[in-house]
Structure formats: C-alpha cells, structure tokens
Design a protein. Structure first.
Length: 241
C-alpha cells in the first residue's frame, strides 16, 4: 500500500536542541492516524517539517509521494494549523469563499461545500458575522471548516477540537469517519485521549521519537492497560527512567 504520508528517520533541531531525533511514521489511504505526546514534544514540528515549512536536518519526508514544499501537492492537502490564519475583517462566509476559490471551487460547488462544512462545525447561523467578533472556539471551528473544503486527499489537523464542546466534537469526529471511509487520509494531533481511541492507529511521540505506533487496542494490550491514556502515562514514565 502506498502511503500518503511517509516519514523515515526525520530529524529537526533548533539551535542545539534536537526536537525530532528519529521520526518514522506512515499514514495510508483510508485511515485516521492520531499523533499524541506531551506538550512541547514536537507534534507541530513534525507537521511543519513534513510540509516543508521547516527544513529537516536529516531523514526523509514524503507527502503524496512528493518531497515538500510543492505547490501542486499543497493543493491536495487540507491543513489546519495550531494557530488560526483568518481574515478578521471579513465574515466567516467570505473567509470560506476566499479559501474555497484558492482550492479551485466556484459557483454551486463552492456554495454547497460552504453550506456543508458550516453545518459540520455548527457555524451556519454565524456565517455573515465578522470574524473579528468570534470567540477563540469559533475561530477554531472556522479554521477546521476551511481545511475541510475541497475534498482533499489528505487532511492534516493540528489539535482541531481545542475549545470545542463534547457534543460538537463528536459530530466533527463523525465527519472525519465519513472522510476516512471515502478512502481519504487524516493525520490528527490531539490531547483528548478519547479522540486518540477513535483513530485507526495512534503514534506516541516522546523524547523526539515515536516510541509506540499501532492500533489503539493493540497498544493497550502491549502495555497491559485498559486505555490509551494509560498507555500514554506508562510510556512517558518508562521514557523518564
């Protein structure tokens, strides 16, 4: 099976601090992979380095079989960063329309997709409000809606449900499951262990390395615990010894 994300021995340092020491990770078509780890472990750095936003110091990172950055490949990716990149002097609808057109959408297709993604993130009634008046949680939801536009082959979502209530989080994860079942790929970072349980495979990043990577149930069996949260805690404790 050809991987949509294929990271081999990826390394990245900032000055004398080596953040990524040896990252090996794959995401295949039709699966959701969760990337978890302590705060500051380098999850966002993994994403930025694989996308070419940061230059790797070693190893290889292929996205859709291509070394990044590559403008054509970027057009096939839905990316949601940890920080929101929105035009605050525009309405939510205008933001969606702008980014949708950048992804090649127009006319009825653009209108239909804006309607759909707005429903997914529960922003339909706020579409014509200026983003400058949005709360932090509303901005996250709009950023997620933008990443969902265009039926991208690959979604890369960096903590997409921060500040989102449990009911809406469940609705969003239902949509991610639909996307996965369409044969598309999703890499998602999260601090919510219940979300990690919902992935097809979960990778645990500690000390600059992926120390465990498998189906959630298999990791729980391997670590002899009953939840991904306990896998996380046990692996972190082992890494500190």
């Amino acid at each position: 099976m050809t991987a949509t994300i294929d990271l081999k021995h990826l390394q990245k340092s900032f000055g004398k601090q080596q953040v990524l020491k040896d990252i090996n990770l794959t995401v295949n078509a039709g699966e959701i992979v969760g990337l978890i780890g302590p705060s500051g472990a380098g999850k966002s750095t993994v994403i930025k380095t694989m996308l070419g936003m940061e230059k790797a110091d070693g190893g290889q990172a292929l996205i859709l079989q291509t070394t990044m950055p590559n403008r054509l490949v970027l057009g096939k990716i839905g990316y949601m960063a940890q920080s929101d990149a929105l035009y605050e002097d525009l309405t939510a609808r205008e933001n969606l329309a702008f980014f949708g057109r950048m992804k090649g959408l127009n006319g009825k297709k653009l209108k239909d997709e804006i309607s759909h993604v707005s429903q997914v993130v529960d922003l339909t009634s706020d579409l014509d409000k200026l983003v400058s008046g949005f709360s932090g949680g509303m901005k996250r939801r709009l950023s997620l809606a933008i990443s969902l536009l265009g039926s991208a082959q690959l979604l890369i979502l960096d903590e997409p449900t921060v500040g989102i209530d449990p009911a809406l989080r469940r609705q969003i994860w239902h949509e991610l499951g639909v996307i996965r079942d369409q044969g598309r790929s999703i890499l998602v970072t999260t601090h919510v262990m219940a979300e990690a349980e919902a992935t097809d495979r979960v990778a645990l990043l500690i000390g600059g390395k992926i120390v465990a990577f498998d189906q959630p149930q298999k990791l729980e069996q391997s670590y002899d615990v009953s939840s991904i949260e306990d896998v996380f805690l046990k692996a972190e404790k082992e890494a500190q010894q």
